[in-house]
Ligand binder design. Structure first.
Ligand code: PMP
Ligand code: GLN
Length: 409
Protein backbone atom coordinates (compact mmCIF):
# COMPACT_ATOMS: atom_id res chain seq x y z
CA UNK A 1 0.00 0.00 0.00
CA UNK A 2 1.35 3.44 -0.92
CA UNK A 3 0.56 6.38 1.33
CA UNK A 4 0.93 10.08 0.68
CA UNK A 5 4.65 10.61 0.94
CA UNK A 6 6.02 13.13 3.43
CA UNK A 7 9.80 13.43 3.07
CA UNK A 8 11.28 13.29 6.52
CA UNK A 9 15.06 13.49 6.95
CA UNK A 10 14.96 11.35 10.08
CA UNK A 11 12.86 8.50 8.75
CA UNK A 12 14.66 5.46 7.32
CA UNK A 13 14.45 5.41 3.53
CA UNK A 14 12.42 2.21 3.34
CA UNK A 15 9.58 3.82 5.33
CA UNK A 16 9.59 7.17 3.48
CA UNK A 17 6.73 6.28 1.14
CA UNK A 18 4.35 5.42 3.99
CA UNK A 19 3.47 8.89 5.35
CA UNK A 20 0.24 8.72 7.36
CA UNK A 21 -2.38 6.08 6.60
CA UNK A 22 -5.29 6.84 4.31
CA UNK A 23 -7.64 5.95 7.18
CA UNK A 24 -6.12 8.54 9.52
CA UNK A 25 -6.14 11.15 6.74
CA UNK A 26 -9.75 10.55 5.86
CA UNK A 27 -10.91 10.55 9.49
CA UNK A 28 -9.13 13.86 9.99
CA UNK A 29 -10.89 15.23 6.91
CA UNK A 30 -14.25 14.05 8.30
CA UNK A 31 -13.62 15.87 11.60
CA UNK A 32 -12.41 19.06 9.87
CA UNK A 33 -15.40 19.19 7.52
CA UNK A 34 -17.96 17.76 10.01
CA UNK A 35 -18.80 15.10 7.46
CA UNK A 36 -20.38 11.69 8.00
CA UNK A 37 -17.40 9.35 8.19
CA UNK A 38 -17.90 6.36 5.90
CA UNK A 39 -14.12 6.19 5.55
CA UNK A 40 -12.17 4.56 8.37
CA UNK A 41 -13.65 1.25 9.47
CA UNK A 42 -14.91 1.77 13.00
CA UNK A 43 -18.48 1.73 14.29
CA UNK A 44 -20.15 4.94 15.47
CA UNK A 45 -21.69 2.91 18.32
CA UNK A 46 -20.19 0.96 21.20
CA UNK A 47 -20.12 -2.79 21.74
CA UNK A 48 -22.49 -4.60 24.13
CA UNK A 49 -23.09 -2.99 27.53
CA UNK A 50 -22.34 -6.26 29.40
CA UNK A 51 -18.86 -6.41 27.88
CA UNK A 52 -18.18 -2.79 28.82
CA UNK A 53 -19.40 -3.52 32.36
CA UNK A 54 -17.04 -6.51 32.54
CA UNK A 55 -14.11 -4.16 31.76
CA UNK A 56 -15.28 -1.65 34.39
CA UNK A 57 -15.55 -4.47 36.93
CA UNK A 58 -12.07 -5.70 35.99
CA UNK A 59 -10.62 -2.22 36.62
CA UNK A 60 -12.42 -1.98 39.96
CA UNK A 61 -11.26 -5.46 40.95
CA UNK A 62 -7.65 -4.45 40.41
CA UNK A 63 -6.70 -5.99 37.05
CA UNK A 64 -4.56 -2.98 36.29
CA UNK A 65 -0.96 -4.21 36.24
CA UNK A 66 1.00 -6.03 33.53
CA UNK A 67 -0.85 -9.19 32.54
CA UNK A 68 1.19 -12.36 31.75
CA UNK A 69 3.32 -12.06 28.60
CA UNK A 70 1.14 -14.47 26.61
CA UNK A 71 -2.12 -12.88 27.78
CA UNK A 72 -4.27 -13.79 30.79
CA UNK A 73 -5.09 -17.52 31.03
CA UNK A 74 -8.87 -16.88 30.96
CA UNK A 75 -8.61 -15.09 27.62
CA UNK A 76 -6.32 -17.72 26.09
CA UNK A 77 -8.77 -20.41 27.17
CA UNK A 78 -11.68 -18.41 25.73
CA UNK A 79 -9.83 -17.98 22.41
CA UNK A 80 -9.19 -21.75 22.29
CA UNK A 81 -12.89 -22.37 22.94
CA UNK A 82 -13.86 -19.87 20.24
CA UNK A 83 -11.55 -21.57 17.69
CA UNK A 84 -12.98 -24.97 18.57
CA UNK A 85 -16.59 -23.77 18.46
CA UNK A 86 -16.47 -21.82 15.20
CA UNK A 87 -13.62 -23.41 13.20
CA UNK A 88 -13.26 -26.84 14.83
CA UNK A 89 -9.57 -26.09 15.38
CA UNK A 90 -7.82 -27.15 18.60
CA UNK A 91 -5.10 -24.99 20.14
CA UNK A 92 -3.32 -25.40 23.46
CA UNK A 93 -3.99 -22.20 25.44
CA UNK A 94 -0.64 -22.57 27.21
CA UNK A 95 1.65 -22.83 24.20
CA UNK A 96 -0.26 -22.05 21.00
CA UNK A 97 -2.13 -18.81 21.72
CA UNK A 98 -0.73 -15.32 22.12
CA UNK A 99 -2.74 -12.22 23.03
CA UNK A 100 -1.58 -9.09 21.16
CA UNK A 101 -2.25 -5.36 20.94
CA UNK A 102 -4.86 -5.78 18.23
CA UNK A 103 -4.51 -7.84 15.08
CA UNK A 104 -2.10 -5.15 13.90
CA UNK A 105 0.53 -6.22 16.40
CA UNK A 106 -0.06 -9.91 15.67
CA UNK A 107 0.58 -9.22 11.96
CA UNK A 108 3.72 -7.19 12.66
CA UNK A 109 5.07 -9.64 15.25
CA UNK A 110 4.52 -12.58 12.88
CA UNK A 111 6.23 -10.93 9.92
CA UNK A 112 9.11 -9.61 12.05
CA UNK A 113 9.58 -13.13 13.40
CA UNK A 114 9.47 -14.96 10.07
CA UNK A 115 10.99 -12.70 7.44
CA UNK A 116 14.71 -12.48 6.74
CA UNK A 117 15.91 -9.45 4.75
CA UNK A 118 15.05 -10.06 1.10
CA UNK A 119 12.39 -12.69 1.77
CA UNK A 120 9.22 -12.35 -0.28
CA UNK A 121 5.65 -12.39 1.02
CA UNK A 122 2.62 -13.02 -1.19
CA UNK A 123 -0.28 -10.65 -0.55
CA UNK A 124 -3.58 -10.50 -2.40
CA UNK A 125 -4.16 -7.07 -3.93
CA UNK A 126 -5.90 -4.72 -3.09
CA UNK A 127 -4.52 -5.15 0.43
CA UNK A 128 -4.87 -3.73 3.94
CA UNK A 129 -2.16 -1.20 4.76
CA UNK A 130 -0.32 -2.81 7.64
CA UNK A 131 0.85 -5.85 5.63
CA UNK A 132 3.23 -3.99 3.36
CA UNK A 133 4.41 -1.71 6.19
CA UNK A 134 5.25 -4.71 8.40
CA UNK A 135 6.92 -6.56 5.51
CA UNK A 136 9.06 -3.50 4.77
CA UNK A 137 9.92 -3.03 8.47
CA UNK A 138 11.10 -6.66 8.43
CA UNK A 139 13.16 -5.77 5.30
CA UNK A 140 11.18 -8.21 3.21
CA UNK A 141 9.50 -7.67 -0.13
CA UNK A 142 5.84 -7.78 -1.02
CA UNK A 143 4.70 -9.83 -4.02
CA UNK A 144 1.19 -8.60 -4.88
CA UNK A 145 -1.26 -11.11 -6.35
CA UNK A 146 -4.03 -9.09 -8.04
CA UNK A 147 -7.57 -10.26 -7.32
CA UNK A 148 -9.53 -10.32 -10.56
CA UNK A 149 -12.77 -8.40 -10.86
CA UNK A 150 -15.71 -8.66 -10.94
CA UNK A 151 -15.66 -11.46 -8.31
CA UNK A 152 -12.19 -10.77 -6.88
CA UNK A 153 -10.92 -14.19 -7.89
CA UNK A 154 -7.35 -15.49 -7.68
CA UNK A 155 -5.38 -16.28 -10.82
CA UNK A 156 -3.64 -19.38 -9.48
CA UNK A 157 -1.38 -19.77 -12.53
CA UNK A 158 -0.12 -16.24 -11.94
CA UNK A 159 0.23 -16.90 -8.22
CA UNK A 160 2.28 -20.04 -8.88
CA UNK A 161 4.42 -18.18 -11.43
CA UNK A 162 5.59 -15.50 -8.97
CA UNK A 163 6.64 -17.89 -6.21
CA UNK A 164 10.43 -18.01 -5.96
CA UNK A 165 13.02 -19.57 -3.69
CA UNK A 166 12.79 -16.46 -1.53
CA UNK A 167 9.00 -16.70 -1.04
CA UNK A 168 8.49 -17.39 2.64
CA UNK A 169 4.85 -16.68 3.43
CA UNK A 170 1.42 -15.71 2.16
CA UNK A 171 -0.97 -13.33 3.90
CA UNK A 172 -4.60 -14.42 3.49
CA UNK A 173 -7.23 -11.95 4.65
CA UNK A 174 -10.74 -13.43 4.58
CA UNK A 175 -13.26 -11.82 4.84
CA UNK A 176 -11.19 -9.37 2.85
CA UNK A 177 -10.65 -5.67 3.46
CA UNK A 178 -11.31 -3.63 1.30
CA UNK A 179 -13.30 -5.77 -1.18
CA UNK A 180 -15.64 -7.64 1.20
CA UNK A 181 -14.71 -10.89 -0.54
CA UNK A 182 -15.17 -14.08 1.51
CA UNK A 183 -12.85 -16.71 0.06
CA UNK A 184 -14.51 -20.02 -0.80
CA UNK A 185 -13.37 -23.46 0.30
CA UNK A 186 -12.24 -24.23 -3.28
CA UNK A 187 -10.11 -21.08 -3.38
CA UNK A 188 -8.62 -21.80 0.04
CA UNK A 189 -7.80 -25.36 -1.03
CA UNK A 190 -5.90 -24.01 -4.03
CA UNK A 191 -4.00 -21.57 -1.81
CA UNK A 192 -3.26 -24.46 0.57
CA UNK A 193 -1.95 -26.57 -2.29
CA UNK A 194 0.57 -23.86 -3.21
CA UNK A 195 1.58 -23.43 0.44
CA UNK A 196 2.22 -27.15 0.79
CA UNK A 197 3.99 -27.44 -2.55
CA UNK A 198 6.32 -24.49 -1.87
CA UNK A 199 6.64 -24.85 1.91
CA UNK A 200 5.04 -21.46 2.62
CA UNK A 201 3.78 -20.26 5.97
CA UNK A 202 0.28 -18.75 5.95
CA UNK A 203 -0.53 -15.69 8.01
CA UNK A 204 -4.30 -15.45 8.07
CA UNK A 205 -6.06 -12.23 9.00
CA UNK A 206 -9.59 -13.12 10.09
CA UNK A 207 -10.65 -9.98 11.95
CA UNK A 208 -13.97 -9.92 10.03
CA UNK A 209 -14.72 -13.62 10.73
CA UNK A 210 -18.12 -12.76 12.24
CA UNK A 211 -19.03 -10.22 9.58
CA UNK A 212 -20.26 -12.50 6.82
CA UNK A 213 -23.55 -11.72 5.07
CA UNK A 214 -23.45 -14.31 2.28
CA UNK A 215 -21.71 -17.70 2.42
CA UNK A 216 -19.58 -18.89 5.33
CA UNK A 217 -16.28 -17.94 6.83
CA UNK A 218 -13.70 -20.69 6.53
CA UNK A 219 -10.26 -20.38 8.04
CA UNK A 220 -7.38 -21.43 5.78
CA UNK A 221 -6.12 -23.39 8.80
CA UNK A 222 -9.15 -25.69 8.46
CA UNK A 223 -7.85 -27.02 5.13
CA UNK A 224 -5.94 -30.28 5.50
CA UNK A 225 -2.26 -29.75 6.26
CA UNK A 226 -2.62 -26.03 6.92
CA UNK A 227 -3.04 -25.67 10.69
CA UNK A 228 0.54 -26.92 11.01
CA UNK A 229 1.83 -24.01 8.90
CA UNK A 230 -0.57 -21.19 9.72
CA UNK A 231 -0.60 -18.27 12.10
CA UNK A 232 -4.28 -17.48 12.53
CA UNK A 233 -4.92 -13.89 13.56
CA UNK A 234 -8.08 -12.26 14.81
CA UNK A 235 -9.25 -9.51 17.09
CA UNK A 236 -12.06 -8.30 19.32
CA UNK A 237 -12.25 -4.98 17.48
CA UNK A 238 -14.80 -5.74 14.76
CA UNK A 239 -16.57 -8.70 16.36
CA UNK A 240 -17.53 -6.77 19.48
CA UNK A 241 -17.52 -3.20 18.11
CA UNK A 242 -14.69 -2.22 20.45
CA UNK A 243 -11.97 -1.08 18.06
CA UNK A 244 -10.31 1.19 20.62
CA UNK A 245 -9.59 -1.59 23.09
CA UNK A 246 -6.95 -3.16 20.85
CA UNK A 247 -7.25 -6.74 22.02
CA UNK A 248 -6.13 -9.17 19.32
CA UNK A 249 -4.60 -12.63 19.22
CA UNK A 250 -2.85 -15.24 17.19
CA UNK A 251 -3.14 -19.02 17.23
CA UNK A 252 -0.41 -21.21 15.79
CA UNK A 253 1.56 -24.40 16.39
CA UNK A 254 3.96 -24.08 19.31
CA UNK A 255 7.13 -23.08 17.47
CA UNK A 256 5.39 -20.55 15.24
CA UNK A 257 3.56 -19.03 18.22
CA UNK A 258 6.80 -18.90 20.16
CA UNK A 259 8.58 -17.15 17.25
CA UNK A 260 5.88 -14.46 17.18
CA UNK A 261 6.00 -14.19 20.96
CA UNK A 262 9.72 -13.42 20.82
CA UNK A 263 9.18 -10.35 18.62
CA UNK A 264 5.87 -9.33 20.22
CA UNK A 265 7.43 -9.01 23.68
CA UNK A 266 9.65 -6.19 22.39
CA UNK A 267 6.87 -4.36 20.57
CA UNK A 268 4.34 -3.77 23.35
CA UNK A 269 5.32 -6.57 25.77
CA UNK A 270 1.65 -6.72 26.94
CA UNK A 271 -1.47 -4.57 26.78
CA UNK A 272 -4.99 -3.92 28.06
CA UNK A 273 -5.18 -6.04 31.25
CA UNK A 274 -8.80 -5.16 32.17
CA UNK A 275 -9.92 -5.36 28.55
CA UNK A 276 -8.47 -8.86 28.31
CA UNK A 277 -10.75 -9.88 31.20
CA UNK A 278 -13.79 -8.41 29.42
CA UNK A 279 -13.01 -10.04 26.07
CA UNK A 280 -12.55 -13.39 27.84
CA UNK A 281 -16.07 -12.91 29.17
CA UNK A 282 -17.37 -12.03 25.67
CA UNK A 283 -15.73 -15.01 23.94
CA UNK A 284 -16.85 -17.45 26.65
CA UNK A 285 -20.46 -16.57 25.85
CA UNK A 286 -20.52 -18.70 22.65
CA UNK A 287 -22.43 -16.99 19.86
CA UNK A 288 -24.36 -14.69 22.20
CA UNK A 289 -22.24 -11.63 21.31
CA UNK A 290 -20.47 -12.84 18.16
CA UNK A 291 -23.74 -13.05 16.19
CA UNK A 292 -24.84 -9.52 17.01
CA UNK A 293 -22.75 -7.47 14.65
CA UNK A 294 -23.70 -9.09 11.32
CA UNK A 295 -27.34 -8.88 12.42
CA UNK A 296 -26.94 -5.22 13.36
CA UNK A 297 -25.23 -4.25 10.08
CA UNK A 298 -27.49 -6.11 7.67
CA UNK A 299 -29.84 -3.13 7.31
CA UNK A 300 -27.11 -0.46 6.93
CA UNK A 301 -25.36 -2.67 4.36
CA UNK A 302 -28.39 -3.03 2.12
CA UNK A 303 -29.43 0.63 2.61
CA UNK A 304 -26.00 1.87 1.54
CA UNK A 305 -25.93 -0.56 -1.40
CA UNK A 306 -29.32 0.72 -2.53
CA UNK A 307 -28.31 4.35 -2.19
CA UNK A 308 -25.03 3.97 -4.10
CA UNK A 309 -26.70 1.93 -6.83
CA UNK A 310 -29.51 4.50 -7.20
CA UNK A 311 -27.10 7.25 -8.20
CA UNK A 312 -25.54 5.08 -10.89
CA UNK A 313 -22.53 3.73 -9.03
CA UNK A 314 -21.68 0.09 -9.53
CA UNK A 315 -21.25 -1.76 -6.24
CA UNK A 316 -18.68 -4.53 -6.62
CA UNK A 317 -19.31 -8.09 -5.54
CA UNK A 318 -19.02 -8.43 -1.73
CA UNK A 319 -20.11 -10.89 0.96
CA UNK A 320 -18.61 -9.68 4.24
CA UNK A 321 -16.72 -7.05 6.28
CA UNK A 322 -17.74 -3.44 6.97
CA UNK A 323 -17.19 -2.29 3.40
CA UNK A 324 -18.66 -1.79 -0.05
CA UNK A 325 -16.47 -0.96 -3.04
CA UNK A 326 -17.86 1.02 -5.95
CA UNK A 327 -16.61 1.75 -9.44
CA UNK A 328 -16.99 5.53 -9.77
CA UNK A 329 -16.17 5.64 -13.49
CA UNK A 330 -19.89 5.37 -14.28
CA UNK A 331 -20.54 8.82 -12.81
CA UNK A 332 -17.25 10.74 -12.96
CA UNK A 333 -13.95 11.02 -14.81
CA UNK A 334 -12.16 11.97 -11.58
CA UNK A 335 -9.68 9.58 -10.02
CA UNK A 336 -10.76 8.17 -6.67
CA UNK A 337 -8.36 10.30 -4.60
CA UNK A 338 -9.69 13.54 -6.17
CA UNK A 339 -13.26 12.28 -5.86
CA UNK A 340 -12.84 11.46 -2.16
CA UNK A 341 -11.07 14.72 -1.35
CA UNK A 342 -13.97 16.66 -2.92
CA UNK A 343 -16.75 14.51 -1.45
CA UNK A 344 -16.95 16.38 1.92
CA UNK A 345 -17.44 19.79 0.29
CA UNK A 346 -19.91 18.35 -2.22
CA UNK A 347 -22.14 16.33 0.13
CA UNK A 348 -20.60 16.17 3.61
CA UNK A 349 -19.60 12.50 3.39
CA UNK A 350 -16.17 10.90 3.65
CA UNK A 351 -15.20 7.69 1.82
CA UNK A 352 -11.83 6.07 1.14
CA UNK A 353 -10.06 6.08 -2.25
CA UNK A 354 -8.67 2.71 -3.29
CA UNK A 355 -5.40 3.85 -4.89
CA UNK A 356 -3.51 3.33 -1.61
CA UNK A 357 -4.60 -0.32 -1.44
CA UNK A 358 -2.61 -1.14 -4.58
CA UNK A 359 1.10 -1.55 -5.12
CA UNK A 360 0.51 0.27 -8.42
CA UNK A 361 -1.89 2.99 -7.21
CA UNK A 362 -3.28 3.56 -10.73
CA UNK A 363 -5.04 0.19 -10.46
CA UNK A 364 -7.37 1.65 -7.82
CA UNK A 365 -8.07 4.95 -9.55
CA UNK A 366 -11.76 4.28 -10.26
CA UNK A 367 -12.56 2.46 -7.01
CA UNK A 368 -13.88 3.93 -3.75
CA UNK A 369 -14.56 2.11 -0.44
CA UNK A 370 -17.58 3.01 1.72
CA UNK A 371 -17.98 1.77 5.32
CA UNK A 372 -21.47 0.86 6.56
CA UNK A 373 -20.56 0.09 10.21
CA UNK A 374 -22.77 2.97 11.32
CA UNK A 375 -26.13 3.41 13.06
CA UNK A 376 -29.25 3.29 10.87
CA UNK A 377 -29.67 7.06 11.56
CA UNK A 378 -26.18 7.87 10.32
CA UNK A 379 -26.71 5.69 7.25
CA UNK A 380 -30.07 7.40 6.59
CA UNK A 381 -28.38 10.84 6.72
CA UNK A 382 -25.55 9.60 4.51
CA UNK A 383 -27.92 8.16 1.90
CA UNK A 384 -29.87 11.43 1.86
CA UNK A 385 -26.63 13.27 1.10
CA UNK A 386 -25.46 10.69 -1.44
CA UNK A 387 -28.73 11.17 -3.35
CA UNK A 388 -27.61 14.78 -4.02
CA UNK A 389 -24.22 13.78 -5.40
CA UNK A 390 -25.00 13.62 -9.11
CA UNK A 391 -26.19 17.23 -9.20
CA UNK A 392 -22.81 18.31 -7.74
CA UNK A 393 -20.60 16.49 -10.24
CA UNK A 394 -19.22 17.90 -13.50
CA UNK A 395 -20.97 16.47 -16.56
CA UNK A 396 -19.80 13.05 -17.56
CA UNK A 397 -20.64 10.71 -20.41
CA UNK A 398 -22.00 7.69 -18.56
CA UNK A 399 -19.97 4.59 -19.20
CA UNK A 400 -20.70 1.06 -18.13
CA UNK A 401 -18.53 -0.44 -15.43
CA UNK A 402 -15.84 -2.80 -16.52
CA UNK A 403 -14.90 -3.70 -12.97
CA UNK A 404 -18.14 -4.42 -11.13
CA UNK A 405 -21.25 -6.12 -12.36
CA UNK A 406 -24.77 -5.24 -11.33
CA UNK A 407 -25.67 -6.06 -7.72
CA UNK A 408 -29.08 -6.28 -6.13
CA UNK A 409 -29.49 -4.35 -2.90
N1 PMP B 1 -6.70 -6.46 9.55
C1 PMP B 1 -7.68 -5.90 8.84
C2 PMP B 1 -8.05 -6.51 7.53
C3 PMP B 1 -8.34 -4.76 9.30
O1 PMP B 1 -9.29 -4.20 8.57
C4 PMP B 1 -7.95 -4.20 10.54
C5 PMP B 1 -8.63 -2.99 11.06
N2 PMP B 1 -9.39 -3.35 12.13
C6 PMP B 1 -6.92 -4.83 11.25
C7 PMP B 1 -6.32 -5.95 10.74
C8 PMP B 1 -6.45 -4.29 12.56
O2 PMP B 1 -7.15 -4.82 13.62
P1 PMP B 1 -6.89 -4.30 15.13
O3 PMP B 1 -7.65 -3.04 15.28
O4 PMP B 1 -7.38 -5.41 15.98
O5 PMP B 1 -5.42 -4.07 15.25
N1 GLN C 1 -9.22 -1.43 9.57
C1 GLN C 1 -9.76 -0.10 9.47
C2 GLN C 1 -10.08 0.20 8.01
O1 GLN C 1 -9.76 -0.54 7.15
C3 GLN C 1 -8.87 0.97 9.97
C4 GLN C 1 -7.96 0.70 11.11
C5 GLN C 1 -6.83 1.67 11.05
O2 GLN C 1 -7.01 2.84 10.72
N2 GLN C 1 -5.67 1.20 11.33
O3 GLN C 1 -10.63 1.23 7.74
Amino acid sequence: MRHVSTLNPYLVSRMQSFGSTIFAQMSELAVQTRSINLGQGFPDFDGPEDIKQAAIRAIEQGHNQYPPAQGIPALREAIALHQKTFNNLSYDPNTEILVTAGATEAIAASLLALIEPGDEVLVFEPFYDSYNAAIVMAQGKITPIPLKEPEWTIDFDYMASVITERTRAVVVNSPHNPTGKVFTEEELKMVAQLCLQHDLIAITDEVYEHLVFEGNHISLAQIAGMQERSIVISSAAKTFSLTGWKIGWLCAPRELAQAARTTKQFLTYVNGAPFQEAIAFALESGNHYTDLIAHQLKGPRSELTRSLTEIGLKVCSNSGTYFLVTDISTITDEDSMTFCLKLPERIGVVAVPMEPFYDTPKSGRTLVRWAFCKTPDAIASATERISQLKTKLPSHSKSSSRRCKDQGS
